[in-house]
Design a protein around this ligand. Structure first.
Ligand SMILES: N[C@@H](CCC(=O)N[C@@H](CS)C(=O)NCC(=O)O)C(=O)O
Length: 229
């Protein structure tokens, strides 16, 4: 459960995301760049976007054709501006809507439960596969390849893959998804912070300047100078 930072001067930011979401990738990379600058305790919280859509009664944005068209252009412009190598998969419907991210998000959840220091690198490798190189993230071999690139040993990755279908992992992914729904989520990414002891949910990778403002921190654009070094 997200809560106000206790003890340390670090501000806690819970970042809820699904690797099926390119906007989540943008937000993730920006927050990773800002983590030392804003002195944040960045808590990466894997959720299942399809579950959020279902429970909130929402639909993937691209289901509205005009919005889908806009999104393609938006992502291309943002990738350049934010300096994150996002590229649309050739078969958007097949990759994003039909194949989905359940196996990948269960794997990330298993990593979070047992090897949390790898959550960031594993998530990034999934995004690089699906949203940069147009590669699969659903098959066991694809998941193991992402895990290897992220720095997990073959033995660790195989164990985590087996664990990812356990009820412990399924329950944890559902609990985290339910948690962000309680904060008011209808999509991803969502950042949750506490201001005056009250949780504040911010939707999108385009609300990080506001997030900084609420934390009393300065926004230096999507690629702050120290991240360019
Ligand atoms: N304006 C947001 C858009 C984020 C967005 O479209 N996220 C998708 C998933 S990739 C979503 O969950 N959309 C739900 C909605 O827009 O209602 C941003 O720039 O990050």
């Amino acid at each position: 459960m997200a809560s106000q930072s206790s003890g340390s001067s670090k501000k806690r930011v819970d970042f809820f995301y699904d690797v099926l979401s390119p906007y989540s990738w943008l937000g993730f990379e920006i927050l990773c760049r800002y983590r030392p600058i804003w002195n944040m305790e960045l808590c990466l919280r894997p959720v299942f976007l399809a579950g959020i859509m279902k429970e909130s009664g929402n639909q993937p944005p691209a289901m509205l054709p005009k919005r889908g068209e806009y999104m393609f252009k938006d992502i291309k412009r943002l990738a350049k501006f934010y300096q994150v190598p996002v590229q649309m998969p050739r078969d958007f419907m097949g990759t994003v809507i039909k194949k989905g991210s359940l196996a990948a998000m269960r794997f990330v959840t298993a990593v979070d439960l047992t090897e949390p220091q790898f959550v960031e690198s594993v998530s990034r490798e999934f995004w690089l596969r699906i949203w940069s190189r147009d590669e699969d993230i659903t098959q066991p071999d694809s998941i193991l390849a992402a895990a290897a690139k992220a720095g997990l040993s073959a033995g660790q990755a195989q164990k985590l893959l087996e664990m990812s279908t356990s009820s412990e992992v399924k329950d944890r992914l559902k609990t985290t998804t339910d948690e962000v729904l309680k904060y008011g989520a209808f999509g991803v990414p969502c950042s949750v912070i506490y201001v005056d002891d009250k949780p504040q949910l911010l939707f999108g990778s385009d609300r990080l300047e506001l997030l900084g403002h609420l934390l009393g921190k300065k926004w230096q654009g999507p690629v702050p100078a120290s991240a360019k070094l």
